[in-house]
Design a protein around this ligand. Structure first.
Ligand code: ATP
Ligand code: MG
Length: 444
């Protein structure tokens, strides 16, 4: 993409409405603009990042055996009257009436809708296990929308729902999502720590929140320091017994504020990290809470009708954009992890109008396009200083800086955004350096 042709309304000044760094940088780098309290427009750069995150989430859900669907954003209130939540949910639910004065609502979550799909279409144990997920917009009329997309009212969530015949099978479904979540967040460059969370009315130990540590996080959390550097399983066979992986991750102490056991503070001493955290995901087993009242049943192998066990599994896809920036930035701007960056590389033309520089830049730009490396080409007639600071603010992983001075010696400069490290490269080795077998840049 040529910078002159895209739409990246960067801001020099720090917007006064933003209290935390990710919100400030999302506004300054032109990722989002607020439409109304807690409701955002996603501009081109923000949309690219959101789509990259979404794609990682999707690939990992698919690998774990979940099936993607799209459920409606506007739901019928009648279903919620069946589950009993229509009155219980409270003012966070945006209630709407259609022209026939039927009660509708903008979905804050989809347990009722997915259970309705199940009961109308699944008859036999042979169709189990089943895990349906979507990546879709939710609306919750939060009392205090704040911190930009971190706590919005309209936000993008991945929500998955599992159905199983037995508790043991439901536990396996839970473990599949647990492991998929470890891999999902790690691919985005985040260390998200699974922490014991409030299991709700069902009880048991099957509820975990996945927490990214950040000073600006809304929750107080506690965990053993070894969890900050634990590695993620690289290859997973989702059909195998995943309990050892889950046990390995849950054997060290980690809990959210509500679940925290004060005795652990003394017991663990210096090994306990007490920090703030951002909840980027939440997984939850709730048994028959919805399947029972809504009459979802399947025939078991011996013909008895059985009410399935269910779980639900959320990821805050739009919140992740903010969480990643909280974890990956410096004073100059965002530092996107390679896997979610809107473009892999920024090509900076230091002297637009100089025929040699223009030619080298546009040839490389064309070449990058050809090999599928996503590139943002700063072809604007702007001062070099402006281009450098814009590129740092936007935070692409690599910058290739090209100007007449270097070209006189046949060289260009490559900068790694995360370390600030610079390399002078002979022009004719740019492509092999960027794409060769030893290259860190890789194809975008
Ligand atoms: P929170 O405790 O932050 O209000 P929650 O527990 O109500 O979240 P869940 O129902 O568990 O949220 O939703 C699944 C995921 O969706 C959360 O882990 C979080 O990442 C994300 N999420 C929830 N509410 C919001 C929101 N208002 N804005 C952005 N993301 C959200
Ligand atoms: Mg939650």
């Amino acid at each position: 993409m040529r910078l002159s042709r895209t739409f990246i309304p960067t801001l020099k000044e720090t917007p006064s409405e933003a209290q935390i760094v990710s919100h400030r940088l999302m506004l300054r780098a032109g990722l989002v603009r607020q439409h109304a309290a807690g409701i955002y427009n996603w501009l081109p750069m923000g949309t690219l990042v959101l789509r990259n995150i979404e794609q990682i989430v999707r690939e990992e859900q698919n690998d774990a055996g979940a099936l993607e669907v799209i459920m409606p954003t506007i739901q019928s209130g009648d279903l919620w009257k069946e589950s009993g939540r229509y009155n219980d949910y409270g003012p966070e639910m945006l209630r709407i009436q259609d022209r026939h004065e039927r009660d509708m609502l903008y979905g804050p979550t989809h347990e009722e809708v997915v259970t309705d799909i199940f009961r109308n279409n699944i008859r036999s144990y042979k169709d189990l296990p089943l895990n349906l997920y979507q990546i879709h917009w939710k609306f919750r009329d939060e009392v205090r929308p704040r911190f930009g997309v971190m706590r919005g009212r309209e936000f993008l969530m991945k929500d998955a729902y599992s159905f199983d015949l037995t508790y043991e099978a439901a536990r396996h479904s839970y473990n599949q999502m647990f492991v998929a979540y470890l891999r999902t967040f790690s691919r985005m460059g985040l260390q998200a720590i699974p922490m014991k969370a409030d299991p709700g009315p069902i009880g048991g130990d099957l509820s975990h929140e996945f927490i990214v540590l950040a000073d600006t996080g809304e929750s107080a959390v506690y965990c053993h320091k070894d969890l900050l550097r634990k590695s993620i399983p690289l290859v997973v066979d989702y059909a195998s017994n995943l309990q050892p992986i889950v046990d390995d991750w849950t054997s060290e102490y980690a809990a959210t504020d509500e679940e925290h056991d004060e005795a652990k503070t003394i017991e663990l001493g210096d090994d306990l990290v007490s920090a703030r955290g951002i909840e980027v995901g939440h997984i939850f087993h709730f048994g028959k809470k919805y399947s029972e009242p809504m009459g979802a049943q399947v025939a078991s192998p011996n013909g008895d009708m059985i009410t399935p066990f269910m779980g639900s599994y959320g990821i805050g896809v739009s919140r992740l954009v903010g969480a990643i920036i909280e974890a990956c930035h410096d004073d100059d701007g965002i530092i996107w992890p390679d896997t979610v960056a809107p473009y892999r590389i920024g090509l900076i033309n230091l002297k637009v109008g100089d025929p040699d520089t223009d030619k080298v830049c546009s040839d490389l730009y064309a070449k990058f396009h050809e090999i599928g490396m996503s590139t943002l080409y700063d072809d604007r007639e702007e001062r070099a200083g402006v281009k450098f600071s814009n590129m740092d603010l936007i935070g692409l992983p690599w910058q290739l800086i090209i100007g007449p001075k270097g070209l006189k010696d046949g060289t260009v400069e490559l900068k790694r955004r995360s370390t600030g490290e610079r390399q002078i490269l002979p022009l004719d080795s740019v492509l092999s350096t960027l794409t060769g077998p030893q290259s860190e840049v890789g194809l975008g």
